[in-house]
Every structure is written in C-alpha cells, then in structure tokens.
Design a protein around this ligand. Sequence first.
Ligand SMILES: [Cu+2]
Length: 373
Amino acid sequence: MINSLNEPTTVHWHGLEVPGEMDGGPHQVIEPNNSWEPYFTIDQPAATLWYHPHLLHKTGEQVYKGLAGLIYIEDEVSNELDIPKEYGVNDIPLIIQDKRFTDSGKIPYDLSMRDLMNGFLGDTILINGAIKPNLDVKKEIVRFRLLNGSNARSYEFSFSNNTKFYQIASDGGFLEESIKMDSIFLTPAERAEILIDFSNLDVGDTVNLRAGNYELMTINIAENGYETIEIPKDLVQIDQYDRDNVVRSRSFIMSGMGPMVSINGKQMNMDRIDETLNIGELEEWIIRNESSGMGMMNATPHPFHVHGVQFQIIERNGKNPPLNERGWKDTVMVDNGEEVRILAKFRKKGLFMYHCHILEHEDSGMMGQFLVE
Ligand SMILES: [Cu+2]
C-alpha cells in the first residue's frame, strides 16, 4: 500500500480475519510517501468484504473523500453454487454512499453540530460514484452485491413494482438458505448479496432500485438472457455456535450523544487496552444502545463493528434474530434501546478495534481496543 496523499492514512480490511498487525487499524499508520506491505493468508469462506482507511479521528473524512472499495473472496463453495458469477454482467457490485456537493461539484467535509450528533448525512445518494445511473441487464437472474459505504446514513432498499428478491449472503458469506425479501435495511458498513429474477419481464421493461422513496438506479431489461436457472434454496452449511460452549461474556454499552459518544463509558484511547481475550475461545458479547437513555429525541442507531472476526447473532431483544441475520456478520445494527447478543470465536492474535460504524461517532471516540493472545 503506497500512500501518495499528503497526510497519514491506514488501510483496514473490513471483514477479513487477519492478525492484528495486518488489520490496517489505527496502529498501522502509513505516513505520506511511505508504504505498508501487509501479508496474510485468506482462510475464511467466500464473502463480499471491503477496505477503507481507519486513521484515528480521520476515518470519516478519508472514507467520505473516496478511499473505499470492495474485496471479493471466492472459494470452491461459491464456484460451485448455481448463481450468477459474471462480474459486471450478472454479478454486479453496488456501493452506496451519500454526499453533499457544492455548486462547483466539490464535497467538503465540514461537520456541523448536527453532523456530529447524527453522523454526516449527504443530500445526494451515489451508486458506484454515479447519480441515478442506468444499468442494462439481460432477461435473467442477476446478482447484486450491496455495500452501504456511507459515513452515517442507513437505507431501506427495495425495487419498484413490488419486485421481490432473495438475499443469499450477509457480511461474512452465504446464508444457509436464500431468503425472499421485499426490502432490505443496511446500516453503514453492512453488506448483502441478493438475487433478483428479471426473466419474467420483457425486453424494454425497467425496474427501479429505491432507498425509501428515493430512486437510486434504473435497471433496463436490455436483451434476452441465455439460460434459465432457478434461485437455489439451499446455499451453504454454517456451523452454528452453541451457547453452552461460551467461555466468557462481555457487555458493551453504547451511550452518549455527539462528541460525547462512548462505549462502556469510555472514549477511544490508543494507550489503553479495554478487553483481553484468548484465541479460540467462544465469547458472548452483549451489545446495548443506551443513547436514548437521556431522553434525547434524535438518538441514532449504532452499527457495532468488530475487527478480526465474523460473528453470529443469537439474540435481538431477547428473540431470535430475523432469518437474514443468521449468517456471518461483522457489523450489527443496534437501535435505540436495543440489546443484541452475538457469539464470536477469535482465530487471529493481536490488537483489534470494536466501534460504532457511524464514522463521525467512531472519530469522536466511540471505539475500544481488544487484545487476542
Ligand atoms: Cu454510532
């Protein structure tokens, strides 16, 4: 990684299970005109991951200005699944980010008090850097890999004409079964792979991808497809963690507002290790959002991200998580007043971060460090 910027940066592999010193967190600073040569072995299932900077107090600005992209992991399982795989043709990445443009087309990152409270919310939503693009597809099943790469905005994605789709993967890989959906909600940093069947439409038809009522992209059924495949029901086998095997439980309470956001009453300190845990032990993390506890009206949901691991959600507010949250996850939305329980087994040693993925909250200090040894 060569840093040609005139400021320091880092490159974090979001969702990858790699040793702490290869993670690209706030400790792996690349100074201007310097380089960083991380090396690691990929040993996790096929997934759609991403990379972005993780410089202390500067992540929001650097991601906002454009330092982000997708990483695909493929394996025997993904190669053998009967799903679309042709990049850019029927296997299409969709990175969604919101911006605020000036009249001259610049995107200054100037935070108001409101931005510090809610996170930076743009007024224009981009897909792969384009405003309301058109996409030509064939009359066939198409796979979209969605990344909410926004600093703070969450989206409820759906398609026009009440078009249904099937979610086949979450943050860290394929779900056990495809799940029929009307819409999907993604908070910042969350990913989803979906399949949508255009084979029942006619050439010349259009379908819109929406976020709420906002039309994001027009999909044109431009030509006939070549082959008909069925959307598979069964996808992969996931070894479900057993709660009886939990060695240790920890609580993470997210609270505070704006510049005062904290986890367990603490703000990020590079010189303080907040949690120490043992490699290979199954842990239960109980994550609560108590930001609204002060009676604030506009408290926000906090997407909680853990580095160096893919985890399983076992409970959302005392209930089983929804079907599409039963696969591998590295980021979980925790709404106001919610409690989410996850099970995680850490397989790599080193120092890692956990934090809110609203980047203005992270930059304000809503982050902590854990050491796996
Ligand atoms: Cu937050």
